[in-house]
Design a binder for this molecule. Structure first.
Ligand code: CTP
Ligand code: CA
Length: 226
């Protein structure tokens, strides 16, 4: 039993993880997206499963995932919002590692846009998408909330601001634009902040190892979470 607790520290926990960059449709053959590969979120889902958790992965990525992981495939930020909102009440932990598009197309075309019908300069109107994490943060009861922050500058300031504004328990911040880390890379380098502003630096390593280190920190915090 002691061995189980050590090797399966998340046994009995329901965990919801989001991954990938969402896609915003312009028309049936075109969309707007971002550089996220989904590797970080998928690595967290695999690590959580190995730690014994019951894992649901809401992903906009085409990367594979283990059979034992309950996978929900989504495209847009609105679809991701619905998939998460529907399940949030029933989970213990939410980890939002998806790169959610901040804006969606205001009035997506239902058939392919044709050049002949368009005039220059072509403008596509965008409207703000719902902030999934902030919405869950506002209505959380006992759920443990983990957010991500990808920043090019003022990493600590922006991360702590997001931690507070979205009512998170933990935030994982990483500097983007650094070579050999970030979006499409197999490696990453992150800094974790707790809501008590404790700082934990995880030097450059594989996303598999980063995933474990993030979960180890979540488990440590859960021990003194109400
Ligand atoms: N997030 C979300 N819904 C959105 C936008 C972001 O749930 N519509 C989540 C992300 O998954 C991430 C966290 O919020 O866990 C921070 O995302 P980020 O893009 O870094 O911050 P934003 O609040 O969108 O602010 P900005 O992009 O302007 O820095
Ligand atoms: Ca954003």
């Amino acid at each position: 039993i002691i061995t189980t607790e050590k090797t399966l520290p998340l046994r009995g926990y329901k965990i919801l993880i989001s991954a990938g960059g969402t896609k915003e449709r312009i028309d049936p053959v075109r969309y707007i997206t971002n550089d996220s590969s989904g590797k970080m979120g998928h690595s967290i889902a695999e690590a959580a499963y190995q730690y014994g958790a019951e894992v649901t992965l809401v992903t906009a990525s085409t990367l594979e995932s283990s059979k034992a992981i309950h996978r929900i495939q989504v495209d847009s930020a609105s679809e991701m919002f619905e998939a998460i909102d529907e399940r949030f009440e029933d989970v213990d932990i939410l980890i939002m590692s998806a790169a959610v598009s901040d804006y969606g197309v205001a009035d997506a075309a239902t058939s392919k846009m044709k050049k002949a019908d368009l005039k220059e300069p072509l403008t596509i109107e965008l409207q703000e998408n719902p902030d999934i994490l902030k919405t869950m943060g506002a209505k959380k009861e006992n759920q443990f909330l983990v957010g991500f922050a990808a920043e090019t500058n003022q990493l600590e300031d922006y991360a702590l601001k997001k931690l507070a504004e979205k009512n998170l328990d933990l935030i994982v911040a990483n500097e983007v634009g650094k070579e050999g880390t970030g979006f499409d890379s197999d490696d990453n380098q992150v800094v974790i902040f707790t809501k008590e502003h404790q700082r934990l630096d995880i030097p450059k390593t594989s996303k598999t190892e980063i995933a474990r280190r993030i979960l180890d920190k979540v488990i440590e915090e859960l021990d003194h979470h109400s």
